[in-house]
Design a protein around this ligand. Structure first.
Ligand SMILES: *Cc1c(COP(=O)(O)O)cnc(C)c1O
Length: 418
C-alpha cells in the first residue's frame, strides 16, 4: 500500500469527513511549486486558497520563524511583546484605518467585526442616537464558518444544517442599489461587503453600490464593514481592494495572506468604531502572538522590498489578458474577471469546470473551482509571466480537446439519427 493510500484509509476512519481531498500527498514546496511524495512538481495557482502570498519556502518567512521561535513563540495577551504594535503600525499605515485587533483566522476576525458593530450601535444608542442591531449582507457572500460568519454567508448549505443561525440578518441583491436603499434603515447597525467576492465567484462590487453603501452607513452612524480576507493584503495590486475605489470602510478584516501561511487575522477599524470596545469585552488566547506577528511583518516588508504589489498588477494584468484571449477562442468561457492576482474564468457548465480543474491537476497545475462554474486563480504574488503562459497553454489544450470530443460525439449522434 502506498503512503498516500495508508493516509487516506486512516483519515477516512479518524477525521470528520469535512473535505473532499484530491488524492495527492504533498511533502514540500519551492517558490510557486508544490512537490508531491514522488518528487513531481505542480505549478500552484491556488496558493493554499490565497494564503501563500510568497509561495513556498520563502527565505524571509523561514528566517522570521527561525528568529522568533528562538525568542518567544507564545505569550498571553496579559503582557506586552514587540510584535503587535510593530505590525499594527504597518497595517494602519497601509489601510488608512486607525486601530487593530489580532485574531487567528478569517472567521474570527469577521466574528469580532460583527460584535464591534453591535457594540458600536449600542454605544450610539446610549448617546441618544436611534440605531438598531440588524446587519445587511450581500447575496453570494462568504464570511467563514463560525456562527456569525455562516449567518452572514449567503449559501444555504453552509447555514441551514446549523439552524437556527443569528437573527436580524437580511441579504441584499448583489450590486442592486435600489434593493440596498429599500432594505437600509436606522434599524441597520452595519452593511457587510466583500469588495471582491471570493467564494462567490470573484465578483467585484460596483462603484455605485459601494458608494451607496458608504453614503447610507454614514447617514445613520452604521458601520460599513469590508471583508478583505481574500482580496486584501496586496492580492489585487493594492493593499486593500477598497483602495481601488477610493472608498474607505469603517472596519475591514484581513487574514489569509497576512502571515504568509502562519494563522493570523486582523480587524482594522476607525477610532470612532473603536470607542465601543473596552478592556475585557473581546479577546483571544493565541491571536497576535509573537510568532505570527513577526512573520506578518516579514511578509509585508518583503512585499514592499520586492515590489510585489507591482508584480501582482503586472503579471495579473498579463494573466487576465491571456484569459480574455482564451475567452474569444473558446465559447465555453462565458466571462473573465478579477483584479491583480485574484482572477476567474467562468465556464458555461459545472461539469466542464470540474473536468478542467481535474485535467489541469493531471498536467500538474493546481487551481480550484468556486461557485460551481468559476475557475479561480489565487497564485502567490511572486508569479511570473512564464507561469501564466504554462497555465494558459494547458487550459487552451484542455478546452480544445473538450470541443473536439463534443464535436465528435455530436457527429456520431448525427450519423445515428441520420
Ligand atoms: C476565507 C474567507 C473567510 C474565512 O477565513 P478562515 O480563515 O477560513 O476562517 C472569510 N471571508 C472571506 C472573504 C474569505 O475568503
Amino acid at each position: 500500500m502506498s503512503q498516500l493510500e495508508k493516509i487516506r484509509n486512516a483519515e477516512s476512519k479518524l477525521l470528520l469527513q469535512t473535505y473532499d481531498r484530491n488524492p495527492i500527498l504533498f511533502v514540500n514546496g519551492e517558490d510557486v511549486h508544490l512537490i508531491d511524495e514522488n518528487g513531481t512538481r505542480y505549478l500552484d495557482l491556488l496558493g493554499g486558497i490565497g494564503v501563500n502570498a510568497l509561495g513556498y519556502n520563502h527565505p524571509a518567512i523561514i528566517d522570521a520563524i527561525a528568529r522568533q521561535s528562538k525568542e518567544l513563540i507564545h505569550i498571553s495577551n496579559l503582557f506586552y511583546h514587540r510584535g503587535q504594535a510593530e505590525l499594527a503600525e504597518k497595517l494602519t499605515k497601509l489601510t488608512g484605518l486607525d486601530r487593530v485587533f489580532f485574531s487567528n483566522s478569517g472567521t474570527e476576525a469577521w466574528e469580532g467585526a460583527l460584535k464591534l458593530a453591535r457594540a458600536h450601535a449600542g454605544l450610539l444608542r446610549s448617546e441618544g442616537r436611534h440605531i438598531g442591531t440588524k446587519f445587511l449582507a450581500l447575496e453570494h457572500s462568504f464570511h467563514g464558518r463560525t456562527f456569525g460568519s455562516v449567518s452572514t454567508t449567503w449559501k444555504a448549505k453552509y447555514r441551514e444544517p446549523f439552524a437556527p443561525t443569528l437573527d436580524g440578518i437580511e441579504f441584499v441583491r448583489f450590486n442592486d442599489v435600489a434593493d440596498l436603499r429599500a432594505k437600509f434603515s436606522n434599524e441597520v447597525c452595519a452593511i457587510l461587503i466583500e469588495v471582491i467576492q471570493g467564494e462567490g465567484g470573484i465578483r467585484p462590487v460596483s462603484r455605485e453600490f459601494f458608494a451607496a453603501a458608504r453614503e447610507l452607513a454614514t447617514s445613520t452612524g452604521a458601520l460599513l464593514i469590508a471583508d478583505e480576507i481574500q482580496a486584501g493584503t496586496g492580492r489585487t495590486g493594492k493593499w486593500c481592494a477598497y483602495q481601488h475605489y477610493g472608498i474607505k470602510p469603517d472596519v475591514t478584516t484581513l487574514a489569509k495572506q497576512l502571515a504568509g501561511g502562519i494563522p493570523l487575522g486582523a480587524i482594522l477599524c476607525t477610532d470612532e468604531a473603536a470607542r465601543a470596545i473596552h478592556a475585557g469585552m473581546h479577546g483571544t488566547t493565541f491571536g497576535g502572538g509573537p510568532l505570527a506577528c513577526a512573520v506578518a511583518c516579514a511578509v509585508i516588508d518583503t512585499i514592499e522590498r520586492d515590489g510585489l504589489l507591482d508584480n501582482a498588477t503586472k503579471v495579473g494584468g498579463y494573466f487576465i489578458e491571456q484569459l480574455c484571449g482564451l475567452e474569444k477562442k473558446h465559447p465555453a468561457i462565458i466571462d473573465v474577471r478579477g483584479k491583480g492576482l485574484m482572477l476567474a474564468a467562468e465556464l458555461n457548465s459545472a461539469d466542464l469546470a470540474k473536468k478542467v480543474v481535474a485535467e489541469l491537476l493531471a498536467r500538474h497545475i493546481v487551481i480550484n473551482c468556486t461557485s460551481e462554474t468559476v475557475l479561480r486563480f489565487l497564485p502567490p504574488y511572486i508569479l511570473k509571466k512564464s507561469h501564466v503562459d504554462e497555465a494558459i497553454r494547458a487550459l487552451d489544450e484542455i478546452l480544445t480537446e473538450e470541443e473536439q470530443s463534443l464535436a465528435t460525439a455530436g457527429a456520431a449522434k448525427g450519423a445515428i439519427n441520420g
